[in-house]
Design a binder for this molecule. Structure first.
Ligand code: GUN
Length: 280
């Protein structure tokens, strides 16, 4: 039976550790504060933003909610971000994505002060990660490294294969695994023989956005599988990018969906907010 990597428990441990750190920061007169901006009312975004607020409350981080109308202009949003950049009482700024189509996400992200970029999406944060300098790291891949470390899974010297090359998950994931001395390969939709590459992996991270795509033919015996996907299947049950039951007997460790990678993203966002107080 493989090790089931318990993201729910590990994220709870991280939140409890952060709670203690926040108590100390508050005693030092440095209460962490996160500003969360949501433009419009995308239902999924409303759920994510609500979960972020709840996590802040649990840990003791102040959260400021900016719920803007769908019609907000680019200039208005830039003005708000700049005001938050200038506020000494705000440590972290998060603009919930996706933004409505008339707004340019890249311009908005570039407006956030890199010292307050708790999502780790600013090009300066990404650049720092790529050259091994301190800086904010995108929360989902940072959470995956924590999952591996806290489950005593060694990365050093391992064959690591990342399936998916998004700016938020795949690319930073590959850089983080490299930083931990993994031998890293990135696969994507144009990869010629995906199975041949994924079957080399000691650690396989899957972020392709296709339900139950990875079956046991893609997996080496004893591999560690990290599943970033989350979908509803035909019977409305949550599932990942990996066919969990199909690969179960092949792997040495695996993240479930739900309860694997998902809860780690918010825990690492909270971690970034706490780190933002005595910024890198
Ligand atoms: N939308 C979906 N995930 C995220 C995230 O991690 N950060 C932001 N800002 N928006 C998102």
């Amino acid at each position: 039976m493989p090790q089931i990597i318990d993201g729910k428990k590990i994220s709870q441990d991280i939140k409890d550790e952060l709670k203690l750190k926040v108590e100390t920061l508050k005693k030092q007169g440095k209460p962490p504060t996160l500003a969360v901006i949501q433009v419009g009312q995308d239902p999924a975004s409303t759920v994510y933003v609500g979960n972020k607020k709840k996590a802040c409350e649990y840990i003791g981080i102040n959260s400021l909610a900016f719920e803007l109308s769908e019609e907000t202009t680019q200039d208005e949003l830039i003005k708000l971000v700049n005001e938050l950049n200038d506020r000494a009482d705000v440590n972290g700024i998060l603009v919930q994505l996706p933004l409505p189509k008339h707004l340019d996400e890249s311009i908005i992200i570039n407006t956030i002060d890199p010292k307050k970029d708790v999502d780790g999406f600013h090009p300066i944060s990404v650049g720092n990660l790529s050259i091994g300098q301190p800086g904010f790291v995108s929360c989902t891949p940072a959470g995956i490294i924590e999952l591996l470390k806290r489950s005593n899974i060694e990365i050093d010297g391992k064959e690591c294969v990342v399936v998916g090359r998004s700016n938020i998950v795949g690319k930073p994931m590959a850089l983080l695994l490299l930083r931990e001395n993994g031998t890293v390969t990135i696969c994507h939709s144009k990869t010629k023989d995906l199975k041949e590459v994924t079957r080399r992996a000691d650690i396989l991270v899957v972020a392709i956005g296709k339900p139950n795509f990875i079956t046991k033919e893609y997996v080496k015996d004893g591999a560690v599988i990290i599943d970033v996907g989350i979908h509803r299947n035909q019977v409305n049950k949550l599932c990942g990018d990996v066919d969990y039951l199909d690969v179960f007997d092949t792997v040495s460790a695996i993240t479930p969906v739900p309860g694997g990678v998902g809860p780690m993203t918010i825990a690492m966002l909270m971690n970034n907010c706490v780190n933002a107080v005595d910024c890198f």
